[in-house]
Write a protein that binds this ligand. Structure first.
Ligand code: LIP
Length: 274
């Protein structure tokens, strides 16, 4: 990590996220060209592809030696190669379903890993102009304001976020319904933003107290991981074990006690690793 200037990387990511945000805003009210991926509700638009290309070439120009993992390149068949080398992990439009419906919760999610640890995270919602950033050991911010998780410890007064996700198979549906049945009666309320990155940023900034989802990918949760940890929160695997970027699931919360309470009750699915 000695050779990586993390502040410079954060500034570059913020700049590129703003440029990418303009592409999303320009496409916002126009007719979108939509294709499906692994299911009828797993969508990709030409904007997802355009933004990923823009980010990829932008980072390549400035950091030619850095590696790259992107949602749309992976969907197009590129193998995920996660190594100790500096690696940009990117979701060009997190919340593609929201984008398609012009529901204003979409984000560009950008993370930099070094030695497999996330050291920079940037999540930008261009529609609401909300820029979440974090650099290792430097805190987490929403625009220029420092953010912190809540101090919630108890499930009984916690607001939880969860997602239905982009699969509709029986196992997934059963898991979602089981979780709704388990958590609705014992917490304050349930929310679903349609974007893993933004759910995580809302835990970091205190809007919700915990969030879990299984079936998502490293690009959905990499930036959120450091933003929550730098905001004082806890990021685990839904089993309650250590967070693993490639393990397709996340459970994050404002406190260790709350994270453990959720992990003891949550129903999650183990998906094939990224
Ligand atoms: C989405 C996630 C969301 C999840 C969806 C999907 P995308 O990412 O952020 O939390 O429930 O299944 O994976 O596909 O919009 O980048």
């Amino acid at each position: 990590m000695d050779s990586v200037d993390v502040e410079h990387c954060r500034n570059t990511a913020v700049k590129l996220a703003r440029t990418a945000g303009e592409v999303i805003k320009n496409a916002w009210s126009k007719k979108k060209s939509i294709q499906t991926k692994l299911s009828q509700v797993d969508l990709v638009t030409e904007t997802d592809v355009e933004v990923e290309k823009l980010l990829r070439s932008g980072f390549k120009e400035i950091y030619p030696d850095h590696r790259f993992i992107g949602e749309e390149s992976s969907s197009a068949g590129e193998e995920t190669q996660f190594s100790d080398e500096p690696t940009w992990i990117i979701d060009p439009v997190d919340g593609t379903m929201n984008f398609v419906h012009s529901f204003p919760y979409v984000a560009i999610s950008i993370a930099l890993t070094v030695n497999k640890e996330v050291v920079v995270g940037v999540v930008y919602n261009p529609i609401l102009d909300q820029m979440y950033t974090a650099v290792k050991e430097k805190g987490a911010f929403l625009n220029d304001t420092s953010i912190h998780v809540t101090s919630k410890q108890e499930l009984s007064d916690a607001l939880l976020a969860l997602e239905v996700g982009s699969g509709r198979d029986e196992k997934k549906m059963e898991s979602v319904f089981t979780n709704l049945k388990t958590f609705i009666p014992i917490c304050h309320g349930i929310r679903s933003m349609g974007s893993a990155a933004l759910n995580m940023c809302h835990v970091a900034s205190g809007g919700v107290d915990a969030y879990f989802e299984s079936g998502i990918h490293c690009w959905d949760m990499a930036a959120g991981d450091i933003i929550i940890r730098e905001a004082g929160g806890v990021v685990l695997h839904p089993s309650g074990g250590p967070f693993d970027l490639m393990a397709r699931g996340v459970l994050c919360a404002s406190s260790q006690k709350l994270a453990v309470s959720v992990s003891e009750k949550v129903n999650y699915i183990n998906y094939e690793r990224d």
